[in-house]
Structures are given as C-alpha cells and as structure tokens.
Ligand binder design. Structure first.
Ligand code: FES
Ligand SMILES: [Fe+2]
Length: 377
C-alpha cells in the first residue's frame, strides 16, 4: 500500500524543600494466581494500547485510565503527545484539572509545573533559599499513529521492541473509514470473545453484512489467534449506489466471501473479502470496565477510475464519506454491549459457572489471554 502504585508515593512533601520527595510510581504488573478466573485476569502491560483518538487531544489536558492507571495526556509545543500520571505529587489532585503551559502541565491547585519527563520545573511561590522539590511524576512512552494516541503502560525500556498495531487504511486514500467508541462495563475478555465469535450474528440480524459462517481453520501462537470462516456476504461496494444495500434488504444478494478474524493481542482485526476491514483497538480500564474504538474501512478498490483521479479528488471522497457507516457500527455496539454487560453481571453472581462452548476459537482466545497475563494455559 502506498502511504501518503501507583502508591509508591510514600514520601510526602511535608516540607516544601524536601529533597527526598521522589514520587515516581512504579509499573503496576499483573500478579495473577494460576487459579484466578479468566474474568479477573490482568493485561500484559508490555504492549501499546490506544487511549484516545488524535482529534480528541487538543490544547486541554485529557484524562484517561488504562488498567487502573490514571493518566493525563496533552500536546507539547510541537504538537507531540505527552503522557504523565494524573496525580499532582504535591497534594495528589488530578493534573488533568490544570492547564498546559508551553511544554509543561500546570496543576490547577498551586500552579506547580511538570515537564514531559515528569520532573517538577516550576513552583510559582518558591522562596530564594528554597529548591525545587525533586518529586517526579511517572511519564509514559506515547505516540500518535494512524489517527490514534498509543500508550505503552509497561516497562518503558521495552517500548521500542514492540510495535503498535498498524492501521494502514487510516490514511490510505482508497479506504473510507468510520469510527465509533465502545464503553462497556465488563472484562475485556468478554469483548474480544464476542469479536472473535462469528456465530453470534443472530444478535445483529440484518445489520450484519455476513451470513452462514463456518469455522474452517484456526491457528494460534503466543501472540495471536486467527480464525478463518467460510461465509457469505451481500457486501460489495462496486457501484456508486452499492451502499444502499446496507439499508434496503431487498437489494442484497449473498455471495461466498472469506471471513477472517485476528486477535493480535491486545487488539482485533477482521477482513471480509477484499473490500471490508474492521479493527477494534483496546483500552482496558479495569477488570469490569473496557473502552475500545471500533474502526471500519470500505475499500474503493473496485473503482479503478477513481484511482486515476487527482489526489485532491480522492481526498475529497475520503473526507466526504468519512464515518458514513458509523450508524451501523453504533447499532452493532449497542447490541453487543447489552450482552457483554449481562455476561459480566452473571459472572459476578456465579463466578465458578462455566457454560458449554462450541466455538473452538474462544478456547484459543482464552488460552492466549492467560499466556499474556502470565499464568500459562
Ligand atoms: S496540589 Fe498540585 S500544585 Fe499543589
Ligand atoms: Fe457483535
């Protein structure tokens, strides 16, 4: 394709000059026990997670939570994202209530400022004989890629050895993108199992563009699960009015189409034939709360003349039809969230219950979650 502890803060600032007031939070690592239920497992922190869309991050600080860690995001003077823990070392109020001052973030309460590396660089009322406190916030590796803010919550030294999941369709002029958010009160495992289980189309009725899936092949290793389903679909965008089949069932004609779903831990991708790509980018918040972004892309690959058009025309098309499928995505998410939250509530009431499962894909997904959480099979 062409690419145009958290409470480590045991030292308090009892004296403004306290030189020992270091306040760097260590990495919270999951410490699961082998008997821990799947629905209580932590995440492997040594991956890149999505915490925001690039467009959500403007001139104001943005508060996010990634696996129990309150984090504040902002942009420095060059527009690059910065991520530090969302807790002022002075009185532990949220820095996200503050303001961005140049490259620094200023606390709303007393105006102390912190640099992108988390060091305290300014106290407005520092007396001449006083030194700046040596407290420091935890700062995180963070980058903007493919329209999203990606954050590495694990050991910072490992960040460069792991790549964020690529979303090449985001900027590609041949793809029309739509995005919606998922905010569900459930463990992330319920969401990924839902996404990998192509047998739940019953829930979505006509809003789902594929039908009659049959699991034909399943592969898995320590970092991914791939399920290939033979399926049928009415989805084909090859005429200017093709999208009307999405809303007018009488126009739909099923044809065979391969349906592939991938769990690239911790994110998900699926393709339906050559024209349809969908991603789910995860931001697990806690054992009972998961946020994610659902992205859908339609390929314009069946319009060869469009490819010969000037770049400006192609850009216009991409922008004009941007988010045109969001209403379908929102419906699918609404229907799924209802089921996921009921699963979570039922788990809380009957944590040892294990229902029968007939889709082998989900067993592979659960094994991968356990391996990544560090508890083996
Ligand atoms: S609480 Fe943040 S500067 Fe005082
Ligand atoms: Fe669904």
């Amino acid at each position: 394709m062409d690419r145009s502890d958290r409470e480590a803060a045991t030292t308090t600032l009892e004296q403004p000059n306290a030189a020992d007031s270091s306040l760097v939070s260590p990495v919270i690592q999951s410490t699961p026990s082998p008997k821990q239920p799947l629905r209580r497992l932590g995440i492997n922190l040594n991956h890149w997670y999505v915490v925001a869309q690039g467009k959500e991050l403007g001139t104001k600080p943005l508060a996010v939570t990634l696996w129990h860690q309150p984090i504040v995001l902002y942009r420095d003077r060059t527009g690059s994202p910065v991520a530090v823990e969302d807790r002022c070392p002075h009185r532990q109020v949220k820095l996200s209530e503050g303001t961005v001052e140049g490259d620094n973030i200023a606390c709303a309460y007393h105006g102390w400022q912190f640099a992108p590396d988390g060091s305290c660089v300014h106290v407005p009322y520092l007396e001449p004989q006083q030194k700046l406190p040596t407290c420091a916030l935890r700062h995180y590796p963070v980058k903007e890629q493919d329209g999203f803010i990606w954050l590495f919550p694990g050991e910072a030294a490992q960040a460069d050895s792991v790549a964020p999941l690529g979303v090449p369709e985001w900027a590609h002029l041949n793809f029309i993108g739509s995005v919606t958010t998922i905010d569900v009160q459930s463990h992330y495992s319920f969401l990924i199992e839902n996404l990998m289980d192509m047998y739940h189309g019953h829930l979505h009725g006509g809003a789902q563009v594929w039908a009659n899936p049959v699991l034909a092949e399943l592969t898995a290793d320590d970092s991914h699960v791939h399920a290939h389903y033979d399926a049928q679909s009415y989805y084909r965008i090859d005429k200017i009015w093709s999208a009307s089949q999405l809303v007018i069932p009488a126009l739909r004609q099923l044809h065979p189409e391969p349906l592939d779903v991938y769990y690239y831990y911790p994110h998900w991708r699926s393709t339906l034939g050559e024209d349809f790509v969908i991603y789910c980018l995860f931001c697990p918040v806690s054992e009972t709360h998961t946020r994610a972004y659902l992205l859908h892309f339609t390929s314009l690959g069946r319009f060869p003349n469009l490819h010969k058009s000037p770049i400006a025309v192609r850009r216009f098309f991409k922008r004009a039809f941007n988010n045109s499928a969001s209403f379908v995505l929102r419906r699918l998410v609404r229907e799924d969230v209802l089921m996921l939250e009921q699963e979570q509530q039922a788990f809380e009431q009957h944590p040892t219950y294990r229902g029968p499962e007939l889709n082998r894909t989900l067993t592979a997904v659960q094994q991968l979650i356990r391996r990544q959480a560090g508890v083996g099979k």
